[in-house]
Design a protein around this ligand. Sequence first.
Ligand code: ADP
Length: 172
Amino acid sequence: MGNIELLLGDITRDYGVDAIVNAANSSLLGGGGVDGAIHRAAGPELLEECRTLKGCPTGGAKTTRAYRLPCKYVIHTVGPVWHGGGQHEAALLKDCYHNSMTRALEAGARSVAFPSVSTGVYHYPVDQAAAIALKTVRDFWNAHASSFERILFVLFDERTLAAYKKAYEDLN
Ligand code: ADP
């Protein structure tokens, strides 16, 4: 098992991975933020395939092809909206990462890039989200070490990158 890579960048660019994860909403019919960027880069066929999925519950994850994106699969996960922490947000965010890794395993994707799910318009506090993201992915990789080659987080701004770097140092 390798180290989780933490990069600053745009997840729609070419990182040489088999799958990228999308922070979608429960309709799976597109939105702003990273979801909008992924749909723009993939082209309209992605929305056509997403329509056939009939949505996804919060914490769930569903796989599509990636069309014009430089990868094989998009794994669409639906993060929780932050309501202060008393509405199972932490368990639901953990489910997002666990279920996304499970979808990657099922697809045979050996390299996966994640964005920071829920910390944009869904307002999950980034320090807490980073700790959950890294622990869940690290533990899954540990449990399925031979199935994955590379796991990346592609973080869109310096503040988010710094929060993930700090959470990575504090992982236990
Ligand atoms: P959510 O609704 O789950 O909060 P957002 O897309 O609003 O999703 O934000 C999640 C994170 O994705 C934020 O840190 C945001 O800055 C980041 N983001 C936005 N565009 C991109 C992109 N092209 N590549 C990677 N991350 C992105």
